[in-house]
Design a protein around this ligand. Structure first.
Ligand code: NAD
Length: 346
């Protein structure tokens, strides 16, 4: 129930709006403004019930607080969910986004948003017609554009840092890396890995996409159903969340899990399962922060691209610190990441 969720939540503010023309529930969750205005994407999705949409927004906004803190940029965490009856298109979509923009604007500068699942930089252009604090609008419209290339760059640095810790060297030449999902982020990551001399295996449910990329960068295609059991140095989940669970972890034959997908662990106990299996896990919200670093850095902090690149490399440094903390305290890397983020919040 919505009331129970709101009463139990540890965040600061929830805006709930039912949009009659479209039948959409809009939830904006501001989890924390302790480190600055709260930033987080706007997700558009169908949910079994409105409460599932609210629960998703609450959980994701808490993760944004940790992401901003772990990345050490001066913002808090938020997230918005548009729980739609069906994904709208064309004029219907535009009108919905404008009405959502008005709701977002009513919260002022404390709520800053960008793209997320099922929303694009062009949707940000529309929301930006009503709300002043929208990131990743199209470049033609004065925004910082697609965050994907910067997310990929951060993951690349994160993989190097993970290799340094688990394999003794950040050098990826000759290392075998499996990239699962070669969309906006995964394809760019695979390209950088290949350029660094890694043997790259790519897997995608879109076989044509995987084959075209593999031909271009000299990678090998593996069937999606075979991907997880392959022997490799690094498994980079870049498709969906939840691929690390009680069923899959025993079949993994990698030394490192480091990729961009959100919510890679199906449950908290899966961090322990990975540690017991001797697999180094790069906490997802740390390694996939590059898009946020770029958008918020350029648009809110006035960074140039050289500063952005330094901060993307810093994702590797943050991971190195997390791994050292985890080893020293005998805790999982997931727990160490949360500890680091919370130390920056207090
Ligand atoms: P995308 O939709 O462009 O790419 C996802 C790819 O995964 C597609 O090619 C799709 O066909 C493939 N795929 C889906 N299911 C698969 C499966 N079972 N096996 C293999 N391939 C599968 O998405 P993206 O923007 O590249 O993001 C990828 C992941 O990273 C998502 O979980 C997203 O939430 C997360 N993420 C993205 C960004 C960003 O800047 N785009 C930032 C942080 C996190």
């Amino acid at each position: 129930m919505l009331e129970d969720l709101i009463r139990a939540w540890d965040g600061e503010e929830v805006a709930v709006h039912f949009d009659h023309p479209s039948g959409t529930w809009m939830f904006i969750c501001i989890h924390s403004t302790r480190r600055g205005p709260a930033g987080g994407g706007t997700r558009m999705k169908t949910y079994p019930t409105p409460a599932d949409g609210l629960a998703d927004a609450m959980r994701l906004s808490g993760a944004m607080t940790l992401k901003m803190a772990a990345t050490d940029i001066p913002f808090g965490g938020a997230k918005a969910v548009l729980a739609v009856p069906a994904l709208p298109e064309d004029d219907e979509r535009r009108r919905l986004l404008l009405r959502y923009g008005e709701l977002a604007a009513s919260l002022g500068g404390n709520f800053q948003t960008g793209p997320d699942v099922n929303t694009t930089i062009y949707d940000m252009d529309v929301i930006g017609e009503r709300h002043a604090h929208v990131f990743c609008r199209s470049e033609a419209n004065g925004g910082s554009g697609d965050p994907g290339p910067f997310t990929a760059r951060g993951v690349f640095h994160g993989i190097r840092a993970s290799a340094a810790h688990a394999l003794g060297s950040p050098d990826l030449a000759g290392r075998v890396v499996l990239v699962q999902g070669v969309g906006d982020v995964g394809a760019r990551l695979a390209e950088q890995l290949a350029a660094a001399g890694a043997r790259v295996l790519v897997s995608d449910i879109d076989a044509e996409r995987a084959r075209t990329l593999a031909d271009r960068i000299g990678a090998e295609v593996v069937a999606p159903e075979d991907a997880l059991g392959l022997e490799c140095d690094v498994y980079a989940p870049c498709a969906l969340g939840g691929t690390l669970n009680a069923e899959t972890i025993p079949s993994l034959r990698c030394r490192i899990v480091a990729g961009c997908a959100n919510n890679q662990l199906a449950g908290a106990e899966d961090a322990d399962r990975l540690a017991v299996a001797g697999i180094l896990y790069a906490p997802d919200y740390v390694i996939n922060a590059g898009g946020v670093v770029h958008a918020w850095g350029v648009e809110a902090l006035g960074w140039d691209l050289a500063t952005v690149e330094t901060r993307l490399a810093g994702i590797g440094d943050s991971l190195a610190e997390i791994y050292t903390r985890a080893d020293a305290a005998g805790i999982t890397t997931e727990a160490a990441a949360e500890q680091l983020a919370r130390s920056r919040l207090s």
